[in-house]
Design a binder for this molecule. Structure first.
Ligand SMILES: [Mg+2]
Length: 317
């Protein structure tokens, strides 16, 4: 099977995913055409995922298809963007039809779930690498940036933290128990918070998605906004399954430092928090407060645990 036939067979159906009204021309020409209606801003981002760096060698291709698009879509969620479409550059050591079929199945499931249509792509031969560009839109001027956090804002996170990072210890488990499986599902099938991100437009003062760990990613907001923050480790939302596997202290550590959760970390003024719809607030946990100055301090039930060792810039292990 030639390259074009492979792409046509496995990838063209993904062009039908989601709301395609903005795609005037999908795969098959030199470029795709996306129409951006007046009053909207185009928001876009590219992610590269390299085998052995961003996902394990010989990783299940169906999971890779889901995970690759989820990771890219999470950046749209962080900006509060409505998803539209994506392009994929796929570098493959060889064109194995079984691998491609499974990869396309995972990618198609994610594309349909997130409402992202495949608008075009390219394949080349080489070490397994995915490069995904995602496009979304926001009403003009309403993208949520990292620069808007102000002293007195709440710091909030969505969902629960630390599970995907902890799952790395169980990727090779032959017979994972229910707790391990709960963590593994979070690693294999990230759920970018697209709806939540969109519902925070006009409310959140800053947002970031948690790809590298809460301390690192909140650090990006603090640095970009020129502020500091204090978070209470007793408030960090963690799954009971994670506590059972690594203990309470281990769970706090994972929640602070582990990556790959793809939850959102936002800042929001207390007034804007009160204005949020109930179901939006229900998806978020207040974990601390933005302060003037710089750096990230930790407390536990109100008692100081001191500044994060080394500062957030250098805290990644
Ligand atoms: Mg990001």
């Amino acid at each position: 099977m030639g390259e074009f036939e492979l792409i046509r067979r496995y990838f063209f159906p993904i062009a039908e995913a989601g709301n395609t009204s903005a795609i005037l021309l999908g795969p098959g020409d030199d470029c795709a055409i996306q129409r951006v209606e007046p009053g909207l801003d185009l928001v876009f981002s590219v992610d590269a995922l390299v085998e052995g760096v961003h996902f394990p060698p010989d990783y299940d291709p169906e999971k890779l298809g889901w995970r690759g698009l989820a990771v890219a879509a999470s950046d749209l969620a962080a900006m509060g963007a409505d998803p539209v479409c994506f392009t994929l550059a796929l570098t493959l050591p060889d064109a194995n039809p079984d691998w491609l079929q499974a990869f396309a199945r995972g990618l198609a499931a994610a594309a349909a779930h997130f409402g992202l249509a495949l608008a075009g792509g390219d394949t080349t031969r080489g070490p397994l690498t995915l490069s995904l560009q995602v496009h979304g839109t926001v009403p003009r001027g309403q993208a949520i940036r990292r620069t808007g956090a102000k002293a007195g804002d709440y710091v909030c996170v969505s969902g629960t933290l630390g599970e995907a990072g902890a799952a790395l210890n169980y990727l090779d488990s032959d017979n994972p128990g229910p707790d391990e499986q709960a963590l593994l599902a979070r690693y294999h099938y990230p759920q970018p918070r697209l709806d939540l991100g969109a519902s925070l437009r006009g409310h959140a003062s800053a947002a970031v998605d948690i790809s590298d760990g809460l301390v690192a990613d909140l650090g990006h907001i603090l640095e970009a906004s020129g502020v500091g923050a204090c978070i209470d480790v007793a408030r960090l939302p963690v799954l009971a399954a994670l506590k059972r596997l690594v203990g309470s202290e281990g769970a706090v550590n994972q929640a602070l430092n582990a990556g790959d959760d793809y939850e959102l970390c936002i800042t929001i003024s207390p007034e804007a928090w009160e204005d949020l719809p109930e179901d939006t607030r229900g998806q978020l946990t207040i974990i601390g407060e933005v302060r003037s100055g710089e750096g990230l301090a930790l407390t536990r039930d109100g008692q100081s645990e001191g500044p994060v060792a080394g500062g957030y810039d250098h805290f990644r292990t």
